[in-house]
Design a protein around this ligand. Structure first.
Ligand code: PHE
Length: 338
C-alpha cells in the first residue's frame, strides 16, 4: 500500500514542473485545478486514505500534507514570477524607475522681464499691462509725437485696415495709466513691441521693452538717476556704473540715453562694448509738460520721469547671447540652457 506515497510524490514533482514552466496565469490556474481543485487529484487521494492499513496511514498522511503544501508553494512562486515581469508580456515591473515627464521652463525673455519687474517692485513700482494693438493717438499723438513728427519714422510699425497699429513702444501704457489714475503714479509696464525693421543680430520686427513712469510732486532728474543706478546694481552687480547722455524723445524733456559700464570687461573695452567700455541700455527723461496736458494732469503741480529698457538686450548681456535671433527660433537645444 506504500504505492500511494509513490503516487503522491510523482504528482508533486509533476505539478512543480508544470508550475515552473507556466508562462501565463491561466496555466498556473490549470495546475491548481488539476491537483488541488475540488475534482482534482489530492481530494481524490484524500478519499482513498480510508483504504490504507492503519499502520501505514500515518506515513501516507504525512506525505499527503507535505505534498499539498509543496504544490501550493510552487503555484505561489509561479504567480510571483509572472507578476514581476517574468514571461507574460503585459506584466508590469514595479521596480523600474519612473519615466520623467518633459517639463517646460520659462523663456529667457519672460524670465528677464519678470526679474526687471521684481527689481522695480522692490522700489515701489507696480507692474501693469497694456494692449499690443494700439491706436495712433496713444502710441504717438498723446506722447507729443504728432503726424508730421520725424520721430515717427524710425518707429514705423504694422497697420490694421481700421487704422489701429501694433504698438511700436511700451510708452502708450504711460498714457493709459495716467488717463485712468490720479497721481502719484509709480508703474512699470513690460511687454512686446513691434517695428518695421530688417532682422539681424541685434534687431527684430518684434521685441520687448519695460517702461517705467514715476509721477509725483518735486520729482527731479536725481530721482531718475538713482532709480536707474539701483536697477543696474540689482541686475548686474555693485560694480556697474551708469552714465546719462543728452538725447531727444518727444515725450520727455530733458531726455537722455543711458549706458551701463560694460558688464563683460568692466569698462576696459572688449568686443561686446565695441571697445568703448559702455553699453547703451535705453532712453529716459523727465515727462514733457505736453504729455501731462494730454492726460489732464496740471504740469505746474506734477512732475515725473519715464524710462524704457530693452528686455532682449538685458537678456543677451546677462547670458552672453551673441545673436538676438536665437531667442526667437524655439530651438530646444538653445532654450534648455536657461
Ligand atoms: N519709448 C522709447 C523708445 O522706445 C524709450 C523711452 C521710454 C524714452 C520712456 C524715454 C522715456 O525708444
Amino acid at each position: 500500500m506504500s504505492d500511494i506515497i509513490a503516487e503522491i510524490n510523482r504528482a508533486v514533482s509533476e505539478a512543480e514542473g508544470r508550475a515552473a514552466a507556466a508562462a501565463a496565469a491561466a496555466e498556473i490556474e490549470a495546475v491548481r485545478i488539476d491537483y488541488l481543485g475540488r475534482n482534482g487529484l489530492f481530494p481524490a487521494l484524500s478519499r482513498r486514505m480510508g483504504e490504507i492499513p492503519p499502520e501505514l496511514r500515518r506515513a501516507a498522511g504525512g506525505a499527503f500534507n507535505a505534498g499539498r503544501t509543496r504544490i501550493q508553494a510552487a503555484i505561489e512562486a509561479a504567480q510571483q514570477r509572472l507578476a514581476s515581469g517574468g514571461e507574460e508580456k503585459d506584466a508590469i515591473d514595479l521596480t523600474l524607475p519612473g519615466r520623467r515627464g518633459a517639463a517646460g521652463r520659462i523663456h529667457p525673455i519672460s524670465r528677464t522681464a519678470e526679474e526687471c519687474a521684481e527689481i522695480f517692485r522692490r522700489m515701489g513700482f507696480i507692474a501693469v499691462d497694456g494692449p499690443e494693438i494700439e491706436d495712433i493717438y496713444h502710441n504717438f499723438d498723446a506722447l507729443n509725437t504728432p503726424m508730421d513728427h520725424p520721430s515717427r519714422d524710425p518707429q514705423d510699425t504694422f497697420y490694421f485696415p481700421d487704422g489701429r497699429i501694433l504698438r511700436s513702444q511700451t510708452s502708450p501704457v504711460q498714457i493709459r495709466v495716467m488717463e485712468t489714475h490720479t497721481p502719484p503714479v509709480r508703474i512699470v509696464a513690460p511687454g512686446r513691441v513691434f517695428r518695421r525693421d530688417t532682422p539681424d543680430a541685434t534687431h527684430g520686427m518684434n521685441f520687448h521693452q519695460i517702461e517705467g513712469l514715476y509721477v509725483d510732486k518735486n520729482v527731479s532728474m536725481a530721482d531718475l538717476k538713482s532709480v536707474l543706478q539701483r536697477f543696474a546694481h540689482e541686475m548686474f552687480g555693485p560694480d556697474v556704473r551708469i552714465r546719462l547722455r543728452p538725447h531727444f524723445f518727444p515725450f520727455t524733456e530733458p531726455s537722455v540715453e543711458y549706458d551701463f559700464s560694460c558688464v563683460v570687461c568692466g569698462g576696459k573695452g572688449c568686443n561686446v562694448c565695441k571697445n568703448s567700455g559702455w553699453i547703451e541700455i535705453a532712453g529716459a527723461g523727465m515727462v514733457d509738460p505736453a504729455v501731462f496736458k494730454a492726460v489732464g494732469y496740471d504740469p505746474a503741480v506734477w512732475s515725473g520721469f519715464a524710462f524704457g529698457l530693452g528686455i532682449e538686450r538685458l537678456a543677451m548681456l546677462r547670458h552672453r547671447i551673441p545673436d538676438l535671433r536665437l531667442l526667437y527660433e524655439n530651438d530646444v537645444r538653445f532654450l534648455r540652457q536657461f
